[in-house]
Design a protein around this ligand. Structure first.
Ligand code: ZN
Ligand code: ZN
Ligand code: ZN
Length: 109
């Protein structure tokens, strides 16, 4: 069993901040290598700023499916809308927060 830190409320990585049916993903933070359900859990638990995964590290397994406990690479996670192992749907709203976890190439405007 992979440990998930933070304010989890159940065994599927839901937390006090995000706990809808589809909030079943935990993210391993690049800074400390620990899985947290969300950035707010990370901020509440540690004193260092959250680091984002640089694109060169997106082949790392840094996503945990709380439904089946499988680890996915960041690249895989970004390509799917459900777990490739157990078919559990992921929360699409998480994509709005992707920049908090993964380094997004700067968009020139
Ligand atoms: Zn950290
Ligand atoms: Zn949380
Ligand atoms: Zn799964």
């Amino acid at each position: 069993m992979i440990p998930v830190y933070g304010q989890t409320v159940d065994g599927a990585t839901r937390c006090v901040h995000y706990h809808s049916a589809e909030d079943i993903v935990a993210i391993k933070f690049a800074c400390c290598g620990r899985y947290y359900p969300c950035f707010e859990c990370h901020a509440a638990d540690v004193t260092h700023p959250a680091a984002q995964w640089p694109k060169s590290h997106w082949s790392e397994k840094a996503i945990l499916c709380g439904a089946c406990q499988s680890e996915l690479t960041i690249t895989t996670y970004k390509e799917v809308s459900a777990c490739p192992h157990c078919a559990a749907a992921f929360n699409d709203g998480c994509r709005l927060h992707a920049h908090l976890y993964f380094e997004v190439p700067a968009v020139s405007s």
